[in-house]
Design a protein around this ligand. Structure first.
Ligand code: PRX
Length: 654
């Protein structure tokens, strides 16, 4: 195998050719026995194995309290501090001079923090936050790009028991303000600006705009990332990060003992009904699960150099750049830049130079690597790699084979990990030293996780049939609730398939999937109208309402292109428009301002009308088929079938 022509064709199923992990991998794997039966027999006590990976101030009384479902309490009675578990205990175990974070910035700028150095800076930052007035349980919003101050401020918050709410740095001022208001957050940690592809971006002006519209009287801390390149002036209630740390030089802060179910952080994720959802994660259950899955699935060892090439602004970075790897005492790599700057071999150059052992990325990146060609990974010695991971969307067999062949030297096992912001950590994946891999299938549920695929009547579907992906049992990494909205938590995730009168509770993931005869799961994506743009969820409703807010626009429907990265916007105007280009620019601006550049439509198609059912619902499914040049399904329910041909030719003309 080698060239693109030789790899199997695609399809939304696995390619049936299961592959065993190589003996050399199995020999050294953290987990080399199938734990499924053991976990079945001993559930829920089996999760003690996750709890044991942490150091507790007070031991937990039991593993699970399920008295009040679906509000499960993991490790009740236990108390701990997440920053202590990610830092202090490694100093005590002789790892103080071991690298905790290896950061790679723009143009080869580099910073390494040993566990000791990270401990010092986290403590100084924690002392500074206290002095600014941050108290236990205050939500601190962090709006920082991929610079070391992002994990440092997260851990400083954790140290003083203040939940953090990290907002992805690329999101707009409006998105930041909505999230701060929703969390009643009075503290903002941000920076002057940052580099992307060599250009300086102004982050502070976005933060300023957000603060103007936030209800609370906000205290802001600003990291000076760009120095003279982007001078900024601090206003009232604004503090310079570096100066604060200097004022607290070498101070230490006693880590606050938190109850296992106290909130460690909040993470906003798009919902179908517009308002973003503030997913609440616990200190004990979440951290134990992040560490356990990082050890079991990503096979992380303390002596490894491990790289998850995601952004910490999303859950993947929280669990698998920061909390999981640091809890295990490993070296975690953080990369500020993009994979193709200054050249398309940037990632492979880093893998070679740092001798990375485990590499974890998203299929959208793998597809880009494929498009660029094998010559880029071939320029480098990637033999340090032992395991590859994939997350965020289905990885099609062709991309899977390419990844294994050209990045993994034909040898590395690949873990295709399914999970969600709400699950806190990986829930479906092969265990790499144990299970066979089937390209195109994420694999079986992890030990201890019970997946059922159901039809809309909550009846299990047969192998090969598509069903709603549901989880029958709680697991330690699960969200505790939605911030300040228990009711919405139950409504969004539990109501659909649970039978509370019978005492039966079941988590609805919102994804559809199919199982094969061996129980391997092929994930088919969201069942509702959330777009997965380059691995990030964006609600179609949020997008459409941003576009429809532009003057002159009557209605909009957005769908995703089959390559997963592109947004197509179908737009009908109010009356005839002769300046489509100007209108298109205004649409793009509106999306960038209200949601952020990641959601910017690649293609805007103007149409006199959108295809609608007789009941007036836009037929998105049909637009998806048109977008992806697929045969059109049944159009008999359409009120305006004549419009379809017009839209098809408009798309072809693009
Ligand atoms: O649709 C699934 C898809 O990403 C969704 C979760 O997105 P988010 O909460 O942003 O978390 C992303 C990082 C975990 C899921 O509902 N998804 C995630 N991993 C996979 C996947 N789809 C298919 N295969 C995966 N491995």
């Amino acid at each position: 195998m080698g060239d693109r022509d030789e790899v199997p064709s695609d399809g939304a199923s696995n390619d049936e050719s299961s592959q065993s992990p190589p003996a050399s991998f199995v020999e050294q794997a953290n987990v080399d026995e199938d734990l499924t039966d053991t976990f079945e027999r001993t559930w829920p006590e089996c999760w003690d194995r996750a709890g044991e990976l942490l150091e507790w101030d007070d031991p937990y009384a039991t593993v699970l309290d399920d008295e009040n479902p679906p509000f499960y309490r993991w490790f009740p009675g236990g108390t701990l501090n997440a920053s202590y578990n990610c830092l202090d205990r490694h100093l005590e175990s002789g790892r103080k001079n071991h690298a905790a974070i290896r950061w790679e910035g723009k143009d080869g700028e580099r910073r390494t923090f040993t566990y000791r150095e990270l401990y010092v800076e986290v403590n100084e930052c924690a002392a500074a936050l206290r002095e600014l007035g941050v108290q236990e349980d205050d939500v601190v919003t962090i709006y920082l790009p991929m610079i070391p101050e992002l994990p440092i401020t997260m851990l400083a918050c954790a140290r003083i028991g203040a939940p953090h709410s990290v907002v992805f740095a690329g999101l707009s001022a409006a998105a930041l303000a909505t999230r701060m208001d929703a969390a009643d957050s009075e503290y903002l940690l941000t920076c002057d600006g940052y580099y992307r592809r060599g250009d300086a971006f102004n982050q502070k002006s976005k933060a300023d705009n957000a603060v103007l519209s936030v209800d609370a009287n906000v205290t802001t801390v600003v990291v000076d990332r760009l120095g003279d390149e982007l001078p900024h002036v601090l206003g009232s209630n604004e503090y310079d990060y570096e100066a604060l740390l200097e004022a607290h030089s070498q101070e230490t802060v006693e880590p606050v003992s938190r109850d296992a179910d106290d909130m460690l952080f909040l993470m906003y994720t798009s919902g179908t009904t517009g308002e973003p959802k503030g997913v609440v994660h616990s200190t004990g259950g979440y951290l134990a699960y992040a560490a356990w899955t990082a050890r079991t699935v990503l096979d992380i060892k303390p002596e490894d150099t491990y790289w998850c090439a995601a952004d910490i602004g999303w859950i993947t970075g929280h669990s698998y750049i920061v909390y999981g790897p640091l809890a295990l005492g490993t070296t975690t790599v953080m990369y500020e830049g993009t994979p193709d700057y200054p050249d398309r071999d940037r990632l492979w150059e880093i893998v070679e130079r740092m001798a990375v052992d485990v590499f974890y990325t998203a299929p959208t990146a793998v597809r880009a690597f494929m498009k660029w060609g094998k010559q880029y990974p071939e320029r480098h010695d990637l033999s340090s790699l032992r395991l590859l991971g994939s997350v965020g969307e289905p990885i099609n067999p062709r991309a899977w084979h390419w990844y294994r062949e050209h990045v993994g030297g034909g040898e590395c096992p690949i873990v295709d990990t399914w999970w969600q912001t709400e699950t806190g950590g990986i829930a479906i994946s092969t265990v790499p030293g144990v299970d066979e891999m089937k390209p195109g299938s994420a694999g079986p549920p992890l030990p201890g996780i019970q997946v059922d695929l159901l039809d809309s009547d909550a009846t299990a579907v047969d192998p090969g049939e598509t069903g709603y992906l549901t989880l029958e049992r709680p697991w330690p990494g699960m969200a505790e609730t939605l911030y300040d909205d228990d009711e919405r938590y139950v409504a969004e995730y539990w109501r659909q398939f649970s039978d509370p009168d019978a005492g039966e509770w079941r988590y609805a993931s919102g994804d559809a999937a199919r199982a094969d005869e061996d129980g391997y799961l092929t994930i088919l994506g969201r069942v509702d109208d959330v777009l997965n743009i380059a691995g990030h969820q964006v609600s179609t409703m949020e997008l459409e309402s941003a576009i429809a807010g532009v003057e002159g626009i009557a209605e909009a429907a957005v769908v995703g292109g089959s390559n997963g990265g592109d947004v197509y916007a179908y737009v009908s105007t109010e009356g005839a428009t002769d300046d489509g280009d100007a209108l298109e620019r205004r649409i793009i601006e509106a999306v960038e301002t209200e949601i952020g550049p990641i959601a910017r439509p690649e293609t805007v198609v103007f149409t006199p009308e959108l295809p609608k059912t007789r009941s007036g619902k836009i037929m998105r499914r049909l637009l998806e088929d048109v977008t992806n040049d697929e045969p059109l399904g049944d159009t008999s329910a359409l009120r305006n079938p004549e419009i379809v041909g017009e839209i098809q030719s408009a798309v072809r003309d693009q």
